[in-house]
Design a protein. Structure first.
Length: 280
């Protein structure tokens, strides 16, 4: 029989957050694949886990994935752990999961800590809908593309950031998104955990005298839907009705359907659109 890949969530700070199920699984599997074996060995030693460990990280994620799949096909059970939190969330584990499923290998996830959800729930911001972006890309072009998308994002936004990039990222977001409420979390679940509820300007003023330290999670209020709708309506109203109609019809939308879309975009009735087009 083939083995199973177990995605095991590990603590993001406080070691007491590990689950009994994860501890039992880490002891029972044949092999543990860890993002950083030097970091994970401290966790295993703390809980007296003697299971063999191998490295699985960003720089060997494809080649090593197929090596692990071969072991799984031989009947070995493997646990995947990341540096902290849930494997597959903003780490190379997603590649291993994809390949395992393509190869018909069973994959199961053992829930536990995740920094994004932890920060979201303590932020005081809307939690029903959220957009998780993890770390913004370092590539300037790709980074600009993502930030531009976030301008019109109405859901609560969650980002990760390293201390040496924090101020620059806050400046970029403030310039692109305008003033927003946000929660800045650091040292989550640890002794000196902090959760600062502030704004972009408030945060930038704070870090004029405080050096950022530790890993950060930013939870940012989404754009109010009413504000977004107003901006969209203003953009459409910069066109004439005829130009607005031509925009949709040039994409192959039928005349009557185009009229409905124009009416919706402008907050008008279809009858009013029809009448104004006749008069013009």
């Amino acid at each position: 029989m083939e083995g199973i890949l177990y995605l095991c969530a590990t603590p993001i700070g406080n070691l007491e957050d590990i689950t009994f199920r994860v501890l039992r699984t880490l002891k029972e599997v044949d092999l543990i694949a860890a993002e950083d074996t030097r970091n994970s060995i401290r966790l295993l030693n703390h809980f007296e886990i003697k299971t063999p460990m191998t490295s699985y990280h960003e720089y060997n994620k494809v080649e090593k994935a197929y090596s692990l799949v071969r072991k799984l096909k031989e009947g070995r059970n493997i646990a995947l752990i990341t540096d902290a939190g849930t494997p597959g969330v903003s780490d190379p584990g997603e590649e291993l999961v994809r390949i395992c499923l393509e190869e018909g290998i069973a994959v199961t996830s053992l829930p536990g800590a995740a920094a994004c959800v932890t920060a979201l729930t303590m932020s005081g911001l809307p939690t029903r809908r959220f957009a998780f972006e993890a770390f913004l890309p370092r590539d300037k072009k790709e980074r600009g593309y993502i930030i531009n998308e976030l301008k019109s994002e109405t859901r609560t936004i969650i980002l990760y950031e390293a201390p040496h990039h924090l101020i620059h990222t806050l400046e970029e977001l403030y310039e692109a998104l305008g003033e927003r409420e946000l929660s800045i979390c650091r040292e989550l679940t640890k002794k000196f955990e902090e959760n600062m509820r502030t704004t972009f300007t408030g945060a930038l003023k704070f870090y004029e005298s405080q050096e950022p330290r530790g890993e950060y999670v930013l939870v940012i209020h989404g754009k109010p839907r009413e504000e977004l709708q107003m901006e969209e309506r203003q953009a459409w109203e910069s066109l004439t009705l005829r130009e607005h109609m031509e925009y949709y019809e040039s994409q192959g939308v039928p005349h009557k359907e185009s009229m409905k879309l124009v009416a919706k975009d402008r907050g008008m009735s279809k009858r009013d659109v029809y009448q104004q087009l006749l008069n013009n």
